[in-house]
Design a protein around this ligand. Structure first.
Ligand SMILES: [Zn+2]
Length: 261
């Protein structure tokens, strides 16, 4: 590592933070130039700290980082985009935290992944402007899987290789994609997936975000797509996610109050 690697300037998102010692904090951050890293901010819990206000999740920030023997230290932090519209809305906030949770689970440590950084940045902007973040999230999930090499096969049966027909199918996270009805029925862990849910997942898989437009998807199909994607993501990650439950609770609460999401 030469000196140019010891001091870097990078765009970043804070993913998590934990207090450390008397006045410090250890952050997990997702940076454009070094990927997901852990970095200390010294004295950040003191009232005079200028950095503290900028080091928040759901903000695009500019950081100066210095590499010590084994850890990065944040020497300067400035907010580039605070996404106030997201932070002032509980539902948008929960969805943005879901994106950060996925980044935390899927981004490799100490390895720059520029397409993923661009995707996270675009996704935060989309959550900010879209009333319904459903398509934003599904697009993010499928692109995240593509970038990290876990894209499920949605076009041919992963067991017999047959082209998938226009009918209800099965999905297997263990085998990494769609099973035709003949193969699916004999695979104990495969889940049923309706033709409509599969159609929309394939549509999102092959489209750019701009091409998605305003697809009118029923609540039932949305629920099915959510559940299949969560099953796949959880299987790959080998443990459950925290934020989907939180999002679901907000949705239930809003439905009770007559607010439609
Ligand atoms: Zn088959």
């Amino acid at each position: 590592m030469d000196d140019s690697d010891r001091l870097i300037h990078s765009e970043a998102f804070v993913i998590t933070q934990v207090d450390y010692g008397e006045a410090d904090r250890l952050y997990t951050i997702f940076t454009r130039s070094k990927g997901k890293i852990k970095a200390f901010a010294r004295g950040v819990r003191k009232t005079k700290s200028r950095k503290a206000g900028h080091l928040q999740p759901i903000s695009l920030i500019n950081l100066m980082l210095a590499k010590g023997k084994s850890f990065w230290t944040i020497t300067q932090a400035d907010t580039v985009e605070p996404y106030e519209t997201i932070k002032s809305d509980l539902f948008k906030t929960a969805n943005a935290f879901y994106i950060l949770e996925l980044v935390n689970r899927f981004a490799p440590e100490d390895e720059a992944v520029q397409p993923l950084f661009n995707l996270v940045k675009d996704t935060m902007t989309r959550i900010r402007v879209e009333e319904d973040p459903f398509m934003v999230k599904k697009f993010f999930e499928l692109r995240l899987l593509k970038i990290t090499g876990y894209m499920p096969n949605l076009t041919t049966c992963i067991q017999c290789g047959e082209t998938i027909m226009r009918e209800d199918q099965y999905f297997s996270a263990e085998q990494g994609g769609i099973l035709c009805p003949r193969c699916g029925v004999s695979s104990p862990n495969a889940r049923k997936i309706s033709m409509m849910a599969l159609k929309y997942l394939r549509f999102i898989q092959r489209s750019t975000y701009q091409e998605l437009g305003k697809a009118q998807i029923s609540q039932a199909v949305k629920g099915e797509m959510d559940s299949i994607m969560l099953y796949h993501l959880t299987y790959i990650n080998e443990r459950a996610f925290n934020t989907p439950f939180f999002i679901h609770q907000i949705e239930e609460n809003d439905t009770d109050k007559g607010i439609k999401k």
